[in-house]
Design a protein around this ligand. Structure first.
Ligand code: ADP
Length: 222
Protein backbone atom coordinates (compact mmCIF):
# COMPACT_ATOMS: atom_id res chain seq x y z
CA UNK A 1 0.00 0.00 0.00
CA UNK A 2 1.58 3.25 -1.13
CA UNK A 3 0.10 6.03 0.97
CA UNK A 4 0.78 9.78 0.84
CA UNK A 5 0.77 9.92 4.66
CA UNK A 6 1.03 7.60 7.68
CA UNK A 7 -1.10 4.44 7.72
CA UNK A 8 -3.84 4.90 10.33
CA UNK A 9 -6.36 2.64 12.04
CA UNK A 10 -9.51 3.99 13.65
CA UNK A 11 -10.25 2.07 16.87
CA UNK A 12 -13.55 1.99 18.75
CA UNK A 13 -14.33 1.22 22.40
CA UNK A 14 -15.01 -2.44 21.63
CA UNK A 15 -11.41 -2.74 20.38
CA UNK A 16 -10.15 -1.00 23.52
CA UNK A 17 -12.19 -3.22 25.87
CA UNK A 18 -10.95 -6.28 24.04
CA UNK A 19 -7.24 -5.30 24.23
CA UNK A 20 -7.61 -4.21 27.86
CA UNK A 21 -9.23 -7.54 28.72
CA UNK A 22 -6.38 -9.46 27.03
CA UNK A 23 -3.87 -7.38 28.99
CA UNK A 24 -5.65 -8.00 32.31
CA UNK A 25 -5.83 -11.72 31.58
CA UNK A 26 -2.05 -11.86 31.15
CA UNK A 27 -1.54 -9.95 34.40
CA UNK A 28 -3.82 -12.34 36.29
CA UNK A 29 -2.22 -15.42 34.70
CA UNK A 30 1.25 -14.19 35.72
CA UNK A 31 0.21 -14.43 39.36
CA UNK A 32 1.27 -10.84 40.04
CA UNK A 33 -1.24 -8.59 41.75
CA UNK A 34 -0.73 -4.82 41.73
CA UNK A 35 -1.77 -2.62 44.68
CA UNK A 36 -2.08 0.61 42.68
CA UNK A 37 -2.46 1.71 39.07
CA UNK A 38 -0.62 4.75 37.68
CA UNK A 39 -1.95 6.08 34.38
CA UNK A 40 0.32 8.06 32.06
CA UNK A 41 -1.49 11.23 30.99
CA UNK A 42 -2.99 11.70 28.61
CA UNK A 43 -2.87 8.54 26.49
CA UNK A 44 -2.91 6.00 29.31
CA UNK A 45 -5.76 7.38 31.40
CA UNK A 46 -8.73 5.54 29.92
CA UNK A 47 -6.82 2.25 29.80
CA UNK A 48 -5.64 2.80 33.41
CA UNK A 49 -9.23 3.30 34.59
CA UNK A 50 -10.35 0.13 32.78
CA UNK A 51 -7.51 -1.88 34.38
CA UNK A 52 -8.69 -0.70 37.82
CA UNK A 53 -12.04 -2.28 37.07
CA UNK A 54 -10.64 -5.48 35.56
CA UNK A 55 -8.14 -6.00 38.41
CA UNK A 56 -10.28 -4.75 41.30
CA UNK A 57 -8.09 -1.78 42.26
CA UNK A 58 -9.34 1.40 43.92
CA UNK A 59 -6.07 3.41 43.95
CA UNK A 60 -5.56 5.23 40.66
CA UNK A 61 -2.72 7.74 40.37
CA UNK A 62 -1.18 9.77 37.58
CA UNK A 63 2.02 10.98 36.00
CA UNK A 64 2.34 13.08 32.84
CA UNK A 65 4.86 12.61 30.08
CA UNK A 66 4.92 14.75 26.93
CA UNK A 67 6.46 13.55 23.74
CA UNK A 68 4.42 13.47 20.59
CA UNK A 69 3.10 16.75 19.26
CA UNK A 70 0.97 16.56 16.16
CA UNK A 71 -0.57 13.25 15.08
CA UNK A 72 1.94 10.76 13.72
CA UNK A 73 4.96 13.07 13.94
CA UNK A 74 7.79 12.85 16.44
CA UNK A 75 8.22 15.88 18.62
CA UNK A 76 11.51 15.77 20.50
CA UNK A 77 12.31 13.52 23.44
CA UNK A 78 9.95 12.31 26.14
CA UNK A 79 9.74 14.80 28.99
CA UNK A 80 8.21 14.33 32.41
CA UNK A 81 5.86 17.32 32.62
CA UNK A 82 3.79 16.57 35.76
CA UNK A 83 5.38 14.44 38.52
CA UNK A 84 3.75 11.42 40.14
CA UNK A 85 0.58 12.24 42.07
CA UNK A 86 -0.14 9.68 44.85
CA UNK A 87 1.77 7.67 47.45
CA UNK A 88 3.21 4.42 46.07
CA UNK A 89 5.88 3.75 48.70
CA UNK A 90 6.33 0.01 49.26
CA UNK A 91 3.50 -0.76 46.81
CA UNK A 92 3.29 -2.94 43.70
CA UNK A 93 2.66 -0.44 40.91
CA UNK A 94 1.06 -1.17 37.54
CA UNK A 95 2.09 1.64 35.18
CA UNK A 96 -0.39 1.93 32.32
CA UNK A 97 -0.17 3.52 28.87
CA UNK A 98 -1.92 3.09 25.54
CA UNK A 99 0.96 1.96 23.27
CA UNK A 100 4.72 1.38 23.22
CA UNK A 101 6.16 3.05 20.15
CA UNK A 102 9.58 4.60 20.75
CA UNK A 103 9.32 3.44 24.37
CA UNK A 104 10.64 6.75 25.64
CA UNK A 105 7.52 7.76 27.58
CA UNK A 106 7.43 4.50 29.49
CA UNK A 107 11.18 4.48 30.16
CA UNK A 108 10.96 8.03 31.52
CA UNK A 109 7.89 7.25 33.66
CA UNK A 110 9.33 4.02 35.13
CA UNK A 111 12.58 5.78 36.12
CA UNK A 112 10.64 8.64 37.68
CA UNK A 113 8.31 6.40 39.70
CA UNK A 114 11.19 4.32 41.08
CA UNK A 115 13.14 7.47 42.00
CA UNK A 116 10.42 9.56 43.66
CA UNK A 117 7.83 6.93 44.64
CA UNK A 118 10.03 4.22 46.23
CA UNK A 119 7.62 1.42 45.22
CA UNK A 120 8.22 -2.26 46.00
CA UNK A 121 7.87 -3.11 42.31
CA UNK A 122 6.84 -1.46 39.03
CA UNK A 123 5.44 -3.32 36.05
CA UNK A 124 4.03 -1.83 32.87
CA UNK A 125 1.02 -2.56 30.70
CA UNK A 126 -0.12 -1.22 27.34
CA UNK A 127 -3.01 -2.04 25.04
CA UNK A 128 -0.71 -2.37 22.03
CA UNK A 129 3.00 -2.99 21.56
CA UNK A 130 4.78 -2.09 18.34
CA UNK A 131 7.23 -4.83 17.41
CA UNK A 132 10.77 -3.50 17.67
CA UNK A 133 10.04 -0.82 20.26
CA UNK A 134 13.03 -0.31 22.57
CA UNK A 135 10.83 -0.81 25.61
CA UNK A 136 8.85 -4.04 25.93
CA UNK A 137 6.07 -3.68 28.51
CA UNK A 138 5.59 -6.52 31.00
CA UNK A 139 2.04 -6.96 29.71
CA UNK A 140 0.30 -5.89 26.49
CA UNK A 141 -2.93 -6.79 24.71
CA UNK A 142 -1.62 -7.20 21.18
CA UNK A 143 1.63 -6.83 19.20
CA UNK A 144 1.44 -4.90 15.92
CA UNK A 145 3.63 -3.46 13.19
CA UNK A 146 3.83 0.33 13.07
CA UNK A 147 0.69 2.27 12.26
CA UNK A 148 -0.86 5.37 13.79
CA UNK A 149 -3.64 4.10 16.04
CA UNK A 150 -6.54 6.56 16.35
CA UNK A 151 -7.91 6.00 19.85
CA UNK A 152 -11.59 6.75 20.50
CA UNK A 153 -10.48 9.34 23.08
CA UNK A 154 -8.30 11.12 20.53
CA UNK A 155 -10.51 10.86 17.46
CA UNK A 156 -11.29 14.54 16.82
CA UNK A 157 -7.76 15.67 17.66
CA UNK A 158 -6.17 13.14 15.29
CA UNK A 159 -8.62 13.67 12.44
CA UNK A 160 -8.19 17.43 12.69
CA UNK A 161 -4.38 17.09 12.41
CA UNK A 162 -4.61 14.62 9.54
CA UNK A 163 -7.05 16.81 7.60
CA UNK A 164 -4.88 19.91 8.16
CA UNK A 165 -1.99 17.89 6.69
CA UNK A 166 -4.11 17.16 3.61
CA UNK A 167 -4.71 20.90 2.99
CA UNK A 168 -0.94 21.37 3.30
CA UNK A 169 0.03 18.37 1.18
CA UNK A 170 -2.44 19.18 -1.59
CA UNK A 171 -1.74 22.94 -1.37
CA UNK A 172 -5.47 23.67 -1.32
CA UNK A 173 -7.70 25.77 0.93
CA UNK A 174 -11.03 24.11 0.22
CA UNK A 175 -12.42 20.72 -0.73
CA UNK A 176 -15.76 18.94 -0.98
CA UNK A 177 -16.68 16.04 1.31
CA UNK A 178 -16.17 13.66 -1.62
CA UNK A 179 -12.67 15.06 -2.22
CA UNK A 180 -11.83 14.82 1.47
CA UNK A 181 -12.96 11.17 1.53
CA UNK A 182 -10.69 10.41 -1.41
CA UNK A 183 -7.74 12.17 0.26
CA UNK A 184 -8.24 10.41 3.60
CA UNK A 185 -8.12 7.10 1.75
CA UNK A 186 -5.03 8.07 -0.24
CA UNK A 187 -3.13 9.63 2.66
CA UNK A 188 -4.06 7.43 5.61
CA UNK A 189 -6.23 4.53 4.38
CA UNK A 190 -9.08 5.96 6.46
CA UNK A 191 -12.74 5.49 5.50
CA UNK A 192 -15.36 7.36 7.56
CA UNK A 193 -19.15 7.65 7.47
CA UNK A 194 -20.85 10.90 6.47
CA UNK A 195 -22.11 11.21 10.03
CA UNK A 196 -18.58 11.03 11.47
CA UNK A 197 -17.32 13.50 8.84
CA UNK A 198 -20.01 16.03 9.65
CA UNK A 199 -19.08 15.83 13.36
CA UNK A 200 -15.42 16.42 12.45
CA UNK A 201 -16.43 19.37 10.29
CA UNK A 202 -18.35 20.94 13.18
CA UNK A 203 -15.36 20.31 15.49
CA UNK A 204 -12.89 21.94 13.10
CA UNK A 205 -15.27 24.89 12.80
CA UNK A 206 -15.44 25.09 16.60
CA UNK A 207 -11.61 25.22 16.73
CA UNK A 208 -11.58 27.94 14.06
CA UNK A 209 -9.65 25.90 11.49
CA UNK A 210 -12.39 25.92 8.89
CA UNK A 211 -15.34 28.14 8.09
CA UNK A 212 -18.43 26.59 9.63
CA UNK A 213 -21.38 26.35 9.28
CA UNK A 214 -21.06 26.20 5.58
CA UNK A 215 -23.01 24.53 2.79
CA UNK A 216 -20.95 21.80 1.13
CA UNK A 217 -17.29 22.78 1.17
CA UNK A 218 -14.55 22.32 3.76
CA UNK A 219 -12.88 25.75 3.56
CA UNK A 220 -9.87 26.83 5.61
CA UNK A 221 -10.53 29.86 7.81
CA UNK A 222 -7.57 31.97 6.69
P1 ADP B 1 6.03 4.78 24.67
O1 ADP B 1 7.03 5.18 25.66
O2 ADP B 1 4.77 4.29 25.32
O3 ADP B 1 6.58 3.94 23.59
P2 ADP B 1 6.09 7.07 22.98
O4 ADP B 1 7.00 7.93 23.80
O5 ADP B 1 6.66 6.46 21.75
O6 ADP B 1 5.42 6.01 23.93
O7 ADP B 1 4.77 7.85 22.59
C1 ADP B 1 4.05 8.60 23.53
C2 ADP B 1 2.56 8.59 23.28
O8 ADP B 1 2.27 9.02 21.96
C3 ADP B 1 1.90 7.23 23.39
O9 ADP B 1 1.60 6.89 24.71
C4 ADP B 1 0.65 7.47 22.55
O10 ADP B 1 -0.33 8.18 23.28
C5 ADP B 1 1.17 8.32 21.43
N1 ADP B 1 1.61 7.45 20.33
C6 ADP B 1 2.88 7.10 20.03
N2 ADP B 1 2.91 6.29 18.98
C7 ADP B 1 1.63 6.09 18.58
C8 ADP B 1 1.00 5.33 17.54
N3 ADP B 1 1.71 4.59 16.69
N4 ADP B 1 -0.35 5.38 17.46
C9 ADP B 1 -1.08 6.13 18.30
N5 ADP B 1 -0.56 6.85 19.31
C10 ADP B 1 0.79 6.84 19.46
Amino acid sequence: MDLKGPLCYVLDFDDINNYAYQTALKIKQSGWRPDVVVGIARGGWVHARIQCDLLGIRSLFSVKVDHWGVTATKDGKAKLSVPLVGDVEGKRVLLVDDITDTGESLTTAVEHIIEVGKPADVRSATLMHIAGSKFVPDYFGVEITWAWEIWPWNFFEDLTSLIMKIYEGEKISEMSTAELKKHLREYNNIVLSDEKLSKIKAHMGFLGHIVYPLDKMWRLDE
